[in-house]
Design a protein around this ligand. Structure first.
Ligand SMILES: [Zn+2]
Length: 139
């Protein structure tokens, strides 16, 4: 056996070893993923309202709130429900007055929001949550 054959054999063996290691690593990763998946499934089964589902729900609620704020949709500060009603108190207050007042209170940046709220709150005053009964003033 010449030195070239020997070198070739060594190279082949090295390649074979590398391939086996790569295979093993891949298999290990797949196994780990499988274990993780099974664990998540088990956790979800044991605690239907916790784990990954709860995290997803939390994420969803966060996104929803961000969207509500962006759209200037009023929602209950207590339970975050949008199922709210405007309590009518001072019907004499006009839409423009309410909108203007809100605009000045909120500052120049809030004028657009104030006008929107003014339109919504033309019946005036307080908001009541139909979900939890919480009442609050429109800002
Ligand atoms: Zn509420």
């Amino acid at each position: 056996m010449g030195i070239k054959d020997f070198m070739k054999k060594m190279a082949d063996k090295q390649a074979e070893t590398n391939r086996k290691i790569a295979e093993k690593r891949e298999k290990h990763e797949i196994e780990m993923q499988e274990i993780k998946r099974k664990r998540d499934e088990m956790l979800d089964a044991m605690h239907p309202f916790s784990g990954s589902k709860k995290r997803l729900e939390k994420e969803y609620q966060k996104e929803r709130l961000e969207q509500l704020k962006k759209d200037h949709v009023p929602f209950c500060p207590k339970c975050r429900s949008t199922n709210i009603t405007f309590v009518t108190k001072k019907l004499s207050l006009g839409r423009a007055v309410v909108g203007g007042a809100i605009g000045s209170v909120a500052g120049p940046l809030g004028t657009a929001a104030g006008a929107t709220m003014g339109g919504l709150s033309s019946k005036k005053g307080k908001v009541k949550c139909l979900n939890c009964g919480h009442t609050w003033k429109i800002k």
